[in-house]
Design a protein. Sequence first.
Length: 259
Amino acid sequence: MSNKPGGKKNPLLAAERADRNRKILIQVGVAVVLIGLIAAIGIGIAVKNSKKNDLGATPSIAATAAQLLNGGTATITDNGAIRIGKPDAKVTIRVVADLQCPACKAFEAANSQVIKDAVDKGTAVVEYNVISFLDKASTTKYSSRAANASYCVAQTDPSKYLGWLTTMFEKQPAEGGTGLTDDQLIEIATGAGYTDASVAQCIKDNSYNKYIEAKTNDVLKSGIQSTPSVFVNGKQIQSSQELMNLGGLAPAIAAAAGQ
């Protein structure tokens, strides 16, 4: 018998060849599947790592929307401000602050109670734009880490935010030092009622780092040149008496409310 063109084919040889070809195809198919799986796993890991601290992969700040706060709401706005108060309030107070800023601490000491009272009465909503441009004022980028903690607590329970903020300013570290440690930030959060383990993890992971960087840049590009920058119904408060005297913001709030 011949296996040459024109001769008779050997059935056994043809069967062996077909079997060999089939094995090769199976091996190739398995290899392709394995390569695909490895590539998929690799891509998945790469995407996960790339998104871990990316703006689009930050914890869900949108989840804070419509959380009840004494009959009102608390949300995080498009410009990154933590907004607290009833939506039908006549007055909007916007405070742009850095938690490392001494002048912001002085403003908070003078006006935090006035702001809280206006929010509780439904007269005003307050929007805190906490930014981080004072990282050079500490050796551990405290400004950014404190701003991160701000979002960690706000996205968990905005109803406790104003109390947390007051404590943060009371415990503000001196400029030029190391700043508060992450453990100290967690301790402050716990003392303000943020006992969920996710808050501590968020602080340790610096989860909002990229988000804060982006929003800080946006705020600075909008024309804000210093902190605190305070606005009542869109009008910037310039008077140091209103900003730094005890209860100094009260007349501006009352005027905006038509009282």
